[in-house]
Design a protein around this ligand. Structure first.
Ligand SMILES: Nc1nc2c(c(=O)[nH]1)N[C@H]1C(S)=C(S)[C@@H](COP(=O)(O)O)O[C@H]1N2
Ligand SMILES: [Mo]
Length: 414
């Protein structure tokens, strides 16, 4: 029963992707969003979601419409290491998001750097691009709550599958260069980032994120206007966003127009109590309990996925099959990927593929010959250059953040 459900969905998911462009043509003239009855079911209870097309996007899995929260269908991660802009996931918090396109006109846009700075600055996009050397990085943007729908016991928050992540080539200027030009005062401790999306009601907290000054002055974070060689899509932060390689997506503030240096640790809602994890090396507590102490979420933990096969797929006995997938971590880089088709027989080392840098998805492949018929649980486990790996049993925390258990895909050998 369980198994056949999976099969139907996988087939449906695949068909929908294959015909995504055709579906787009059914948009009524002048309609902003195509919104009909196409759905997918994520493999957990209450996992049914519509597939909806937004501007500059192909059909994506919609979790909420106000604000839009869209997940990438998992098959996309088998297309290549860079997630196409039109398939890249979308996460917003404030009901009024995204800011209307007319607020974003590149001619009107200005970025302010203010607060505890000797030389507060203001730039148009063109001024910013001319004032500092530009730089590029390939980096994974992953939502803290990616895969939350798989938490057991279930936890409140967006019930996401595994597609609230993506890897892109980002181009911009170094945040450190922009901050130094504003001459941070000696007292400055943190840097706050705010975008053009603002709450409708004065009582709702604004989406503002903070980095410690030393993290903000590190060489990696950039103020990016380009993603995979094109302007940022509207829903991914046009015209400018913060990119913090190795850090969870929550820090990657979109439509960024205000940078403020402050002398204290910022305690706004989206730094405290939101986006905090148990103060424990594995960010977990006993299921159902409350952590005694929490700290702001920070770097991505190690994850790996099989992308070439999905649950319920049938494969041929005795025939060599190339299994492919991705692995990534918070910026030390992937050292090793292991594959298992049967835990009793242990693990085999997979081949690592193209290396787009230590913040990117790393491809892995392995040739596998299924010797017997029946059900196999295929598993993949990565280790990074710090020796950190993935647990065989899922770890739990009350916000449903940082899932990184060894994932498995069940295939039927016939
Ligand atoms: N302005 C703004 N930036 C934001 C958010 C937001 O709500 N508003 N959400 C953050 C979160 S939690 C995530 S996971 C990423 C998602 O980036 P994406 O929408 O480009 O995929 O955006 C971040 N930047
Ligand atoms: Mo997020």
């Amino acid at each position: 029963m369980h198994q056949s459900k999976f099969e139907a969905l996988d087939r449906r998911g695949f068909l929908l992707t294959a015909f995504g462009t055709g579906a787009a043509l059914r948009l009524a003239p002048g309609a902003l969003f195509a919104d009909d009855e196409l759905t997918v079911r994520l493999p957990f209870e209450n996992g049914e979601r519509p597939l909806v097309q937004y501007p500059q996007k192909r059909r994506l899995i919609r979790h909420t419409s106000r604000p839009p929260q869209l997940e990438t269908p998992f098959e996309v991660f088998n297309e290549g290491l860079l997630t196409p802009n039109d398939a890249f996931f979308v996460r917003y918090h404030l009901t009024s998001s995204p800011p209307p396109a007319m607020m974003l006109g590149a001619d009107k846009f200005r970025l302010e750097i203010k607060g505890s700075a000797g030389k507060p600055m203001s730039y148009s996009l063109a001024e910013l691009q001319q004032a500092f050397p530009s730089t590029e990085v390939v980096a994974v943007n992953q939502c803290s709550g990616n895969s939350r729908g798989f938490f057991n016991p279930r936890v409140p928050g967006g019930q996401l599958g595994n597609g609230a992540m993506g890897c892109a080539r980002w181009k911009g200027v170094r945040l450190a260069d922009v901050l130094q030009a504003a001459e941070p005062k000696n007292e400055a401790r943190q840097v706050l980032f705010n975008g053009l999306d603002r709450p409708i009601l004065p009582a709702s907290p604004d989406f503002i994120k903070a980095l410690d000054l030393d993290a903000a002055l590190a060489p990696e974070p950039i103020l990016a206007w380009e993603m995979n060689g094109e302007s940022l899509p509207w829903l991914n932060g046009y015209p400018l966003r913060l990119v913090v390689p190795g850090h969870y997506g929550t820090y990657w503030v979109k439509h960024l127009n205000e940078i403020t240096l402050v002398d204290q640790t910022y305690q706004g809602f989206y730094m405290n109590p939101a986006y905090r994890i148990p103060d424990d090396p594995c960010a977990h507590v006993e299921p159902g309990t409350t952590p005694k102490k929490t700290v702001p979420i920070q770097r991505l933990n190690v994850r790996s996925f099989i992308t070439s096969l999905s649950g319920g797929t049938a494969v041929k006995k005795g025939e060599k099959l190339r299994v492919r997938g991705i692995a990534f971590d918070g910026g030390s880089g992937i050292d090793e990927v292991l594959f298992s088709s049967d835990l009793r027989q242990g693990w085999q080392v997979a081949r690592l593929g193209e290396n787009l840098g230590k913040f990117a998805f790393r491809e892995w492949t392995i040739d596998w010959v299924p010797e017997r018929g029946g059900l196999y649980e295929l598993r993949v486990k990565a280790t990074n250059r710090l020796g950190q790996s993935q647990p065989l049993e899922p770890l739990w925390n009350p916000s449903g953040y940082m899932r990184n258990v060894v994932e498995s895909v069940a295939v039927q050998v016939v």
